[in-house]
Design a protein around this ligand. Structure first.
Ligand SMILES: [Zn+2]
Length: 387
């Protein structure tokens, strides 16, 4: 079977050499990055228990930060695994070991996590201060918030070569923190949403004193490329709160609060994603997306248009009759749903031609587009191709 025939399904008589050429062009487009997850789906969560090993974090006579946060992190992960078995939970540490700050964000980035939750406990010279705070990355608005970030970032001082590894960043110099002013990425809105849900849970369901959602320059949040929060579960410097944090039952309440915030966040993000997917199906009828035949082929090989032919909660063998003899069906998994596509091109008009043909055997097929392996909207693809 030659390369063109590989993209033509059996039993379909294609007479037009133009279409043959078109389909042939599809074959020449490399398949770039098979998407394992829709960007809006929460498939992988990295849970980061702060400190560990030689770095105790905030210390007190009653309890140390590193122990409290490890326990809460493990309890949170257990809840997520129990109620969302399809979600992959990764811990930056699950024992009492020292993990460099950069390594924590590396773990999240390398695993393409959809969410990063860092868990810490606070300390203050004023031992009467108590309560929870949830941070997102940003420039501190108060000296108090700056001091929390400075304290957490200071863990890099445990590493001998920190000034090289951390690009000259000095965690103890307030002037260094100006860099966080520019770090207002696309994940900011989602991070703030999760932070608000978390503080809401602490306050209303666990009865903690919520000190609110805040922004500050945490190195570990700056380095991760997904929505992220840093939770301060309470002050070990306050004896009453330290005694509260010490007990396993209370750690469980705090973990379940973060879990419920996670659950609500996941539901919200994924519901809005489904709405977007439905809109995309409607957009496919928009012929204004078709670029003229004379347009030079773009070099933007990161864009990949495909025709989605089936989706199912159960895996379908690629040679199943469900595909009506379509060949070269590809399987993608998105949030536990198996999605099957044919074709691969960075030219929208080519995929529309293929869709017309595929419709003869699978009438409800539709065009989907990926950018660097991640599902994006057709309108975003159009914008990318204009630039
Ligand atoms: Zn900490």
């Amino acid at each position: 079977m030659n390369i063109i025939q590989e993209y033509i399904y059996r039993g379909l008589n294609i007479r037009s050499s133009v279409i043959l050429l078109l389909l042939g062009a599809l074959v020449l487009q490399p398949l770039v990055g098979v998407s394992q997850s829709n960007h809006s789906m929460i498939n992988t969560v990295v849970i980061d228990a702060g400190h560990g090993g030689k770095d105790p974090g905030a210390v007190s006579k009653i309890v140390n930060e590193k122990d409290v946060v490890l326990s809460i992190a493990l309890k949170l992960g257990t809840y997520i695994e129990k109620y969302f078995p399809a979600v992959h939970v990764i811990y930056t540490r699950d024992t009492d070991v020292f993990i460099p700050l950069n390594r924590r964000s590396e773990i999240a980035n390398q695993n393409k996590a959809d969410l990063f939750i860092s868990i810490h406990a606070n300390a203050n010279n004023n031992t009467s201060i108590s309560g929870t705070e949830t941070y997102t990355l940003g420039l501190h608005k108060t000296q108090e918030n700056l001091e929390v970030a400075m304290k957490e970032n200071a863990v890099m001082l445990y590493e001998d070569d920190y000034s090289t590894k951390y690009e000259g960043f000095d965690p103890q110099n307030p002037a260094s923190y100006i860099i966080f002013n520019l770090m207002q990425g696309m994940n900011r809105e989602k991070s703030i949403n999760l932070a608000e849900l978390t503080e809401f849970q602490f306050k209303t369901r666990v009865g903690r004193h919520s000190r609110g959602v805040r922004e500050a320059g945490f190195w570990v949040l700056k380095q991760v490329s997904m929505p992220s929060i840093l939770v301060e579960v309470g002050f070990v410097s306050n004896p009453t709160e330290a005694n509260y944090l010490k007990h396993s039952d209370n750690q469980d309440y705090l973990a379940s609060a973060i879990f419920r915030a996670f659950r609500d966040y996941k539901t919200k993000v994924e519901e809005s994603s489904v709405v977007l997917e439905k809109k995309e199906e409607l957009v496919q009828a928009d012929t204004s997306l078709i670029v003229p035949e004379t347009t030079e082929p773009k070099t933007d090989s990161l864009i990949e248009f495909c025709v989605q032919v089936k989706s199912s909660s159960k895996q379908i063998p690629l040679n199943s009759v469900a595909f009506n003899n379509l060949e070269d069906v590809k399987e993608r998994i998105s949030d536990g749903i198996y999605k099957y596509t044919v074709g691969s091109t960075n030219q929208y008009n080519e995929i529309v031609q293929l869709q017309k043909e595929v419709r003869k055997v699978i009438s409800d097929c539709f065009v989907v587009v990926f950018y660097n392996g991640e599902r994006i909207s057709l309108s975003k693809a159009r914008k990318l191709q204009k630039t």
